[in-house]
Design a protein around this ligand. Structure first.
Ligand SMILES: [Zn+2]
Ligand SMILES: [Zn+2]
Length: 138
């Protein structure tokens, strides 16, 4: 759930000050994450729209809710429904059972394309690394 943050600029003494809300006042400086965890959070909006909000990975057998059209991996949403959570994980609308889910083949094929592209990108960067190393050794 996103908290609404209102920051109205005040102009005083020729400098712009921003009103701090309660959240700003109490939050601490965050340290940068510099390990592999970074790769698990898709920054790209396309990747994000093709990622499951439960497991944060790309959809695996996409299911879409018929009530609110939110998407999840089949396994993720089944597990969620089994644990007595009868609401949509994204918007909390009532989601009584599997009957309110449909498989989403079009999204599955998009995910497939992205995955193939990622494999290509990995292969290319591997090739590039090898070339760089060869050049260094020469
Ligand atoms: Zn998932
Ligand atoms: Zn929903």
């Amino acid at each position: 759930m996103s908290q609404r943050i209102s920051k109205k600029p005040h102009i005083s003494n020729e400098s712009i000050l921003y009103e701090l809300n309660d959240y700003d006042r109490q939050r601490k400086t965050q340290t940068l994450i510099e390990d592999d965890r970074l790769q698990r959070i898709p920054a790209d909006p396309v990747l994000k729209s093709l990622s499951c909000p439960i497991c944060l990975d790309l959809f695996n057998r996409t299911m879409v809710t018929t009530t609110c059209l939110h998407r999840f991996c089949a396994d993720c949403i089944y597990r969620w429904l089994k644990s007595e959570n009868k609401v949509c994980p994204t918007c909390r609308k009532v989601l009584k059972s599997k009957r309110y889910l449909r498989s989403d083949i079009r999204t599955d094929s998009l995910v497939d394309m992205i995955k193939k592209q990622q494999v290509k990108t990995n292969e290319l960067s591997q090739l590039y690394k090898e070339q760089q190393q060869q050049q260094e050794n020469e």
